[in-house]
Design a protein around this ligand. Structure first.
Ligand code: NCD
Length: 311
């Protein structure tokens, strides 16, 4: 994978996914050491180019790069002029002249990481583009489910919420299907993309039906700024119908786990209780995000001969 871009889960095959997950499991050990650092990417430069705000994704890429001994530079352009295609490409070319070894890109417009990848020699890792893909989020979700359940194949995964605007949902749909799970989505009809079933998922407007027999329940953030009025009558009604709490969770399997990519609107898509306690695994997702991003940086931006165990 060295030198390839990671733009979406759509572009990966089962063997790629398994390789990334296995490497992430090895990287987890580094996080348990007293000195949480290996020299794998020493002398390499990783640029975090975040055009859109982010807490956990940016921080976890930064920690991941530092645990691998890379030099990590954060570039967070705020100016709206940088949303224009020309200026984005200028930024990319300027960066390219500084010879980074990998560039991690987040942008609110779908396709920008690809445009930047086309203009850059270095591998580009997509950290979320519009409503398109968020591949490392899906990979850390796959890792979390694999470690909780011991398998992905044959599991039933239900994604609940604003699927229409969610890059997390899209990447997870590709990832879980490629690894043999069954995927369902549940939302009010206005929040289900019209052609979603062509991806191979089943769409439900009844939460109860969607949860029946689910091993994994993934809640998505309600993007209040987008929802008010236009898509659902009110946040309160959304929450009453699709907000997860222990009562609604009874429709899923007894040992179902609950996931959320964060940031959580407590009391909206998840009850306070579920946001903080098992069966929710939200903090495991965050923890796994560091090891997973170490694996991605190593596999896509590492030296061919370097080994994760080095040092
Ligand atoms: C998500 C994102 O930004 O796509 N968050 C994340 O990366 N953990 C989901 C969201 O913002 O709702």
């Amino acid at each position: 994978m060295i030198g390839r871009d990671l733009l979406g889960i759509e572009d990966l095959d089962r063997a790629d996914l398994e390789r990334i997950l296995e490497t992430a499991e090895r990287m987890q050990e580094v996080g348990t050491r007293e000195v949480k650092k290996v020299p794998t990417l020493r002398g390499r430069t990783i640029v975090n180019l975040f055009f859109e705000p982010s807490t956990r994704t940016r921080t976890s890429f930064e920690i991941a790069g530092k645990r691998l001994s890379a030099d990590v530079v954060n570039f967070s352009p705020t100016s709206s002029s940088l949303t224009k295609d020309e200026s984005i490409l200028d930024t990319a070319r300027t960066l390219d002249a500084m010879a980074p070894d990998a560039v991690v890109v987040r942008h609110k417009v779908a396709g920008v990481p690809k445009r930047i990848a086309d203009a850059l020699a270095a591998p580009v890792i997509n950290a979320g583009d519009g409503a398109h893909e968020h591949p490392t989020q899906a990979l850390l979700d796959l890792l979390t489910v694999y470690q909780e359940k011991g398998r992905i194949d044959g599991l039933s995964v239900t994604i609940v919420g604003d699927v229409l605007h969610s890059r997390v949902a899209r990447s997870n749909i590709y990832g879980f299907l490629k690894l043999g799970a069954e995927v369902r989505v549940a939302a009010p009809p206005t929040l289900i993309p019209p052609a979603i079933e062509t991806l191979g998922v089943k769409a439900f407007t009844s939460l109860r039906e969607a949860l029946d027999g689910a091993d994994v329940v993934m809640a998505l953030r309600i993007q209040r700024e987008r929802l008010d009025g236009a898509y659902v009558p009110s946040i309160r009604e959304y929450s009453a119908t699709f907000g997860l709490d222990r009562t609604k969770l009874r429709f899923a399997k007894d040992d179902a786990i609950v996931m959320h990519p964060g940031p959580v609107n407590r009391g909206v898509e998840l009850s306070h209780d579920l946001a903080d306690h098992r069966p929710s695994v939200i903090l495991d997702q965050v923890r796994n995000g560091v090891a997973l991003r170490m694996a991605v940086l190593y596999l896509f931006a590492g030296r061919p001969v370097a080994a994760a165990q080095e040092g």
